[in-house]
Design a protein around this ligand. Structure first.
Ligand SMILES: C[C@](O)(CO)[C@H](O)COP(=O)(O)OP(=O)(O)OC[C@H]1O[C@@H](n2ccc(N)nc2=O)[C@H](O)[C@@H]1O
Ligand SMILES: Nc1ncnc2c1ncn2[C@@H]1O[C@H](COP(=O)(O)OP(=O)(O)OP(=O)(O)O)[C@@H](O)[C@H]1O
Length: 287
């Protein structure tokens, strides 16, 4: 039996950072959603009990450093199963981009092997296990759109935002999530996230655009002026609103008018190699 699972990229519509915690993590409150740029993972049973990872479309370590490998080992350890698996990752999400590509692969592995190995673990249990791999993994287990709190691992699904196009532009730099969090100077109440939930519940696209907010954005933009230039270029090319995702460096722009998507895409392509025109995953086009 072979199973295929999609692993979509995420974007943060809001990311409020409330305070630094004693365990070194930051207390956050954020609205996360997914776009239809996705890796695909295929799972095949192995009777030798081994976990073997192969990848196409990118070069990443295939051993314990790979988050899909880590997720598979974790499931073996937690359930005591002696079953193994071959995991084929078809990589489409840019790596270390702020789009949670690795976290989504880990979540897809938890879901795919739960089926392949007939473990019958609940989504809650998979999300709980996923939290030990990374703060974004529980959201990726649930998918769609959600409020994430705690260090990002407490997930409350919410309704889908109004449908729109999303232009993603990733500059050729990498940032350390840990470093960006550590550089935050001041903390604020989670006002943007509260307003975003209201905008989404009311299916108010304009209010959603007006409410985009990421507390990490200013930190990354001040360290990397090229990210700021991409955001400015996106705004001048006619997106309805733009924001950096996660700790960056990818910037996303929201566009509702389909006729404008090509213009924005072309304006960015002349500026940046990795540009994608995708759609939000909403109830209408649920993957
Ligand atoms: C920036 C976001 O992607 C937004 O969704 C997440 O907050 C980060 O999620 P992630 O990449 O899964 O992060 P993790 O692998 O759990 O943590 C990486 C590092 O980021 C910092 N970190 C992460 C999450 C958080 N709430 N506070 C933090 O301070 C910690 O120093 C941690 O060691
Ligand atoms: N299957 C995987 N796909 C992508 N990256 C992986 C994977 N496994 C391990 N990694 C490692 O994880 C790190 C972060 O990669 P990822 O693409 O998840 O970053 P990100 O988009 O910035 O994540 P986040 O938005 O959750 O902070 C990279 O250093 C990468 O080498």
């Amino acid at each position: 039996m072979k199973y295929s699972v999609k692993a979509p990229a995420k974007i943060n519509l809001t990311l409020d950072v409330l305070h630094k915690r004693d365990d070194g993590f930051h207390e956050v409150k954020m609205v996360m959603t997914q776009v239809d740029l996705a890796d695909r993972l295929d799972f095949e049973h192995r009777s030798d009990g081994k976990i073997v990872v192969e990848i196409s479309g990118g070069s990443l370590p295939l051993d314990e450093r790979n988050l899909a490998y880590q997720a598979a080992l974790l499931l073996q350890k937690e359930t005591g199963t002696t079953q193994g698996a071959s995991i084929y990752i078809h990589k489409h999400i840019p790596v270390a981009a702020g789009l949670a590509g690795g976290s989504s692969d880990a979540a897809a592995t938890l879901k795919g092997l739960n089926q392949l190995w007939e473990l019958s673990l609940s989504k809650e249990r998979l999300a709980h296990l996923g939290a030990t791999l990374g703060s974004d993994v529980p959201f990726c287990v649930y998918g769609n759109t959600a409020l994430a709190t705690g260090r990002g691992e407490k997930i409350q699904p919410i309704s889908s935002p109004p449908p729109c196009w999303v232009i993603l532009a990733k500059p050729p730099i990498s940032v350390s999530t840990k470093d960006i969090y550590q550089r935050i100077q001041s903390f604020h109440p989670a006002e943007a996230t509260e307003k975003m939930i209201q905008a989404i519940t009311a299916r108010d696209y304009n209010k959603m655009c007006a409410t985009l907010y990421n507390a990490l954005e200013e930190v990354t933009l001040s360290l990397h002026p090229e990210v700021r230039r991409i955001k400015e270029r996106m705004i001048s090319s006619g997106v309805d609103a733009a924001l950096m995702s996660g700790s960056g460096p990818t910037v996303f722009g929201l566009v509702q008018k389909e006729s404008r998507v090509r213009r924005v895409y072309n304006a960015l392509r002349g500026f940046c190699d990795q540009v994608y025109a995708v759609r939000l995953i909403t109830d209408k086009i649920k993957k």
